[in-house]
Every structure is written in C-alpha cells, then in structure tokens.
Design a protein around this ligand. Structure first.
Ligand SMILES: Nc1ncnc2c1ncn2[C@@H]1O[C@H](COP(=O)(O)O)[C@@H](OP(=O)(O)O)[C@H]1O
Ligand SMILES: [Mg+2]
Ligand SMILES: [Mg+2]
Ligand SMILES: [Mg+2]
Length: 311
C-alpha cells in the first residue's frame, strides 16, 4: 500500500518515473529536429524540449501532490495549460518506494516541501549536439535543505543482455544513499570539472589556483556532479553567478546522499525555501568528499571570494 509509505519516499519515486518520461520528451524533440529556440537572455536559451519537459514534470507532480510548492526553470504564463494525457505520469519507481525513509523525514507534510525543477540542464550543449551532457533535474527540499533528488540522463547508453538501453536515472535520499548507478572513488590526480559555455575571468582565476592536473569543461550542473560521483573528476568549481536554485538542488541532494558536499564559493550552503532568490550569486563549489571540498575552499583566494560577494 503506497499510502503507508512516507510522503518524501513517494515523491522521490514519482520524480524518478516522471524524469524518465521527461527524458523521452527531450529525445523526441531532438529527433523531430524542431528545437524552437528562444533566447531568454545573454547565453541563456530555452528550447521546445525545455518547455515540454517542464510541463510534463510540473503537471504530473502537481496532480499527485497539490500542496507541494513546485518551482521550475521554465515557469511562466506562456508555458501553462493542458498537456497531452501521455505526459501525465502517475507511476512511481518500485525500487525507490521500498526505501527506508530517514526518521527525521517520516512526518514531512506537502506544505513543507519545495521542489526545484530543471527540465533540461545543459541547454547550450543540447542545442550544440553535446547530448551526453544533458540531464533532467528534480530536487526535493525540506526546511530549505535538499533532502532528495533525481538526475536523469536521457542520452546515457547501456547494453544489457545484448539489448541497447537509452537513458538512466540516478537518485539520492538523505541517509538512504544513492541508486541508479554505482559511484566510483575519485581519480588519483586532481581533476576539475567546470562550465563549457559560461566562463569568464573570475571562473578562470579560480581554476588556476586549484593547481589541477586536468580541467574538464562540460555542460550542466547535473552532469558535472555525476562526473564527481563516477570518479571522472574530483572537484566542481564555478566561481561565477549564473546557476540558479533548480540547477543545484537535485545535484546537491544526490551528492550529499553519497557523502559529498556542494556549497557556494565561500563554503556556505544555499537555501532552497520557496521565497529564496533564484540565482546562486556566489557560484558553486562541490566535491565528492568533505576533505576535497575543504582543500578546494582553502585554495580560493580571499579577493576572489570578495569579488563574487560584491557582484
Ligand atoms: N552566465 C550564465 N547565464 C545564464 N545561465 C547560466 C550562466 N551560468 C550558468 N548558467 C546555468 O547554469 C547551468 C549550468 O551551467 P554550465 O553548463 O555553464 O555549467 C545551466 O543551466 P540550463 O542549461 O538549465 O539553463 C546554465 O544555463
Ligand atoms: Mg536554462
Ligand atoms: Mg540548469
Ligand atoms: Mg534548464
């Protein structure tokens, strides 16, 4: 009986199923080839895939959890209205439904939850054909803290028993850990992951001081955090404004469920209450372990921290 299952676990299980559907929408828009690109601002684009995936996620979750505050990147009067019935998902992932809910989250009510939705993270890369960088992000926060999250990769390819499978969904729940893949230990040398399409002089300065063996430039906050969890990189550094709460809520939840840490460049956690401002003004610093996070934080010069706080 799903009604005996705590709300947070049900909401995470629903989010896994709806992220899978949104991922299919992202693939379908690309194969049709009509991206419908709209420029929202400088270096800031939206496509039909962003709009449609958001409508699928928000409508599906709102229908089942009407009192949860759901905030999406592509919210707006032009992106509302009826949706196709096959976009309305009411399934819930069975593996997630069987998770043990952390004691502190068992009695959470809908009104106490804010869900941050990034229907397509890595839009620049999506429009430029770097499809493996694209993710669908659903972050669940309680008392301003990300407690559970989903990172879905619509273009991840696996072969299982000779059959090609496209897409995979990684989830994390506070105290319960992560699922959908097997995390790997960090690389032996210091490998940094950072933005591919939103760099600037401050971003480059923060990369220089890290003394890294290698810098990977890839799209999306979701993909960069997955690189940390898969042992492809050690630290995610982005010393700039530009990311928003929907970019970091799900990645932070998944990373912290795996023992990692995501903060701003000053080492402070972002807050995810519904009234918080959307922009993450003071950048992103994330690592797969708390030790690596402190290493990186200690290397960021005070002038750089001040320059970012003043902006
Ligand atoms: N200067 C900027 N302007 C607009 N969006 C920015 C930005 N810097 C980062 N972002 C957003 O933060 C996310 C991760 O950025 P990046 O890939 O550069 O690391 C992307 O999310 P979306 O693709 O969902 O919009 C991107 O748009
Ligand atoms: Mg965007
Ligand atoms: Mg994003
Ligand atoms: Mg987006």
């Amino acid at each position: 009986m799903t009604s005996n299952i705590p709300l947070i676990v049900r909401l995470l299980a629903s989010s896994v199923s709806v992220a899978n559907r949104a991922g299919k929408i992202v693939r379908d828009v690309m194969s049709k080839g009509e991206l419908g690109i709209v420029e929202k601002g400088k270096d800031d684009y939206q496509t039909e895939a962003d709009r449609s995936a958001q409508r699928c996620i928000v409508a599906s979750l709102a229908a089942q959890y009407p009192k949860v505050n759901i905030i999406g990147e592509e919210d707006g009067p032009d992106n509302e209205g009826d949706i196709a019935s096959d976009w309305l998902i009411s399934e819930a992932d069975k593996e997630v439904l069987s998770l043990e809910c952390p004691a502190g989250l068992r009695s959470v009510k809908e009104e106490e939850i804010v869900v941050w939705v990034d229907p397509l993270d890595g839009t620049s890369e999506y429009t430029q054909g770097f499809l493996e960088h694209v993710t669908v992000l659903i972050g669940i926060s309680v008392n301003e803290k990300p407690v559970a999250g989903v990172i879905h990769q619509p273009y991840y390819k696996t072969i299982l028993g000779g059959e090609k499978i496209v897409g995979r969904t990684i989830w994390g729940l506070q105290e319960a850990g992560v699922g959908g893949f097997t995390p790997a230990p960090p690389p032996d040398s210091l490998i940094i992951t950072t933005t591919r399409s939103h760099s600037n002089p401050l971003v480059e300065k923060a990369l220089q001081v890290m003394n890294a063996a290698q810098v990977l430039r890839v799209g999306g906050a979701g993909y960069k955090v997955l690189q940390l969890l898969e042992g492809k990189a050690s630290i995610y550094v982005f010393a700039s404004s530009g990311c928003k709460k929907w970019d970091t809520c799900a990645p932070e939840a998944v990373l912290s469920a795996a023992g990692g840490k995501l903060t701003d460049i000053l080492g402070e956690f972002y807050k995810y209450g519904g009234t918080e401002s959307r922009p993450n003004k003071t950048g992103v610093l994330a690592a797969v372990s708390k030790d690596l996070h402190s290493y990186a934080l200690n290397r960021i010069p005070q002038e750089l921290k001040e320059a970012l706080s003043k902006k």
